[in-house]
Design a protein around this ligand. Structure first.
Ligand code: DX5
Ligand code: ZN
Length: 226
């Protein structure tokens, strides 16, 4: 059994020292940096984009970056992020006019492609696309903001998607994003998540990052260690 992974969502980080925050959280044991891109159109909030990542790259932030795009007109953004050497790009089905084309564009340059499903988005959107996906991200809050409460009906959705993934011949990661903390991570892990995207429970926590991440990992791998 593979260890489950923690993706630290920097939306909750201190932006006045973003590079340091990234280095600190990686040193503390986070496996991936999750980079949330919001355009104040697809979601009612505005965050960071390629310019910020370019600056991080120029200042020796060479780690694995997963980009979660919550924006419209995404194909230009996809190309900009690919040029900056990101590992995965995750997009929402509602945000692309030609979803197959956008997913193919991500894969064309060797980047991993992910599809993000909002809480109310049906699993049907996976039907004709799952063979092209490297990961599926289940939103457990409505996208746009950090610090929201995990929606309880999403456990069932995680279980359903895990079953669909298990029927595939390829390895597809199941990520869950939104409202994850020390109190619910075990149940989310048991439901089938491989990767936990976590923002406020890491960056807005009073404990040191290494303690928080150690505890989250212990909880999430609890039943899977042996
Ligand atoms: C929400 C973002 C999430 C968010 C997670 O739209 O996609 O990645 O930053 O933050 P928490 O863990 O605070 O819900
Ligand atoms: Zn996200």
């Amino acid at each position: 059994m593979k260890n489950k992974l923690i993706a630290a969502s920097i939306l909750s980080a201190n932006f006045t020292c973003l590079g340091k925050e990234i280095n600190d959280v990686l040193k503390a044991g986070a496996n991936i940096i999750h980079f949330d891109v919001m355009d104040n159109n697809y979601v009612p909030n505005l965050s960071i984009g390629p310019l910020v990542l370019k600056s991080l790259r120029e200042n020796n932030i060479n780690c694995q970056i997963d980009v979660h795009i919550m924006a419209k007109n995404i194909d230009n953004l996809i190309i900009s992020f690919i040029k900056l050497g990101v590992n995965s790009i995750i997009i929402h089905p509602e945000s692309s006019l030609h979803l197959d084309k956008s997913i193919s564009l991500i894969r064309k340059y060797g980047c991993k492609a992910g599809l993000a499903l909002n809480p109310s988005t049906s699993l049907n959107c996976l039907d004709y696309l799952i063979h092209k996906l490297d990961l599926i991200l289940v939103m457990s809050v409505n996208p746009g903001f950090e610090g929201q409460k995990f929606l309880d009906y999403i456990y069932k959705k995680i279980i359903q998607i895990k079953k669909i993934i298990n029927k595939q011949k390829r390895n597809i990661l199941l990520e869950v994003d939104g409202g994850i903390n020390i109190n619910n991570i075990k149940k989310i892990a048991i439901s089938g998540a491989d990767v936990f995207v976590i923002g406020s429970a890491i960056f807005k926590n009073k404990l040191p990052y290494n303690k928080i991440i150690k505890n989250l990992k212990l909880e999430s791998n609890y039943f899977f260690k042996k």
